[in-house]
Design a binder for this molecule. Structure first.
Ligand code: G1P
Length: 297
């Protein structure tokens, strides 16, 4: 039986330059989709999948992230005094169990593989999930939970996968598909950010992974890949060659690329429309807006 996945790595060291000037003083992961920071969506997804230990790979200027997961005694006392129990409940949902959160710094921006490698001692000799908070996935059953359930059958390594337009494949890790079984695909290889026209398929890796300790070992070699960075994709690809124990998993759900402004805006609208307290007003606005724009054409 596959060993249980109870730890997750959240690489959050990026500078977030695409969101300047906001990210000059606010970590990208604290930016809000409706009223919850991006990172909260990833945490909730990890919790739903049974994750108990949360490892953040941070960098300089990410202090607000650490504070976010801390208790806020003054604020809590004030809300208590005013009898605002609904807001206290909202805060309580964000509190993490003592000792469940660990931070490790990535001192140099050497890529995603390097960020994951920085967490290796905290992971030890067990499987670990990796969640990239930029990839927000709206799903009835949270994406990582779907993956953990599939992993319980397969063991090994698993990456979330989704078809993308061919013209976009150069922005992703791309799977070279061996056998396609629908939800699960076996792979011959994986390529990080293939040059235009060279992608082995249009099945792209999305930011959810379940990794064996072997992949973290592979990162020790510190081999540079696409863009001169140490790529997680390459360390996983090595495992395909060594053990053939890598699966792509087509998740059910809608993925938003919150690393881009357009994706972030789309996610804001989509999550706003799911909120009972906002849905009607937002929907009415969108309908009116569409009508006004059409009339102006
Ligand atoms: C990272 C990974 C890439 C993956 C993508 C998913 O790239 O390196 O393999 O397809 O996340 O969002 P990034 O978007 O950080 O450049």
């Amino acid at each position: 039986m596959a060993q249980k996945v109870t730890k997750a790595i959240f690489p959050v060291a990026g500078l977030g330059t695409r969101f300047l000037p906001a990210t000059k003083s606010v970590p990208k992961e604290i930016m809000t989709l409706v009223d919850r920071p991006l990172i909260q969506y990833a945490i909730d997804e990890a919790r739903a999948a049974g994750i108990k230990e949360f490892i953040f790979v941070t960098s300089r200027g990410k202090g607000a992230l650490e504070d976010y997961f801390d208790h806020a005694p003054q604020l809590e006392a004030e809300l208590e005094r005013k009898g605002k129990t609904d807001l206290l409940d909202v805060l309580n949902e964000t509190n993490m169990e003592s000792g469940a959160v660990a931070y490790v710094r990535q001192h140099m921006a050497k890529g995603l593989g390097h960020a994951v490698w920085c967490a290796r001692r905290l992971v030890g000799n067990e499987p670990v999930a990796v969640l990239l908070p930029d990839d927000v996935i709206a799903a009835e059953k949270p994406c990582l939970q779907q993956m953990v359930e599939a992993y319980e059958e397969t063991g090994g390594n698993m990456v979330a996968a989704m078809e993308v337009p061919e013209a976009k494949t150069s922005s992703y890790g791309v799977l070279d598909v061996k056998e396609d079984h629908g939800n699960l695909v076996s792979v011959n290889g994986m390529v990080e950010k293939p040059k235009a026209g060279t992608a082995p398929s249009n099945l792209a890796v999305i930011g959810r992974y379940i990794l064996t300790p072997k992949v973290l070992d592979n990162l020790n070699a510190m081999e540079e890949g696409a863009g001169g960075e140490i790529q997680l994709t390459d360390a996983i690809a090595k495992e395909i060659a060594a053990s053939d124990d890598v699966y792509g998993f087509r998740f059910r759900g809608q993925r938003f690329d919150c690393g881009s402004k357009a994706g972030f805006l789309q996610a804001t609208v989509a999550f706003g429309l799911q909120r009972p307290d906002l849905k009607d007003e937002l929907e009415q606005y969108l309908v009116e807006l569409a009508a006004v724009r059409q009339a102006a054409q």
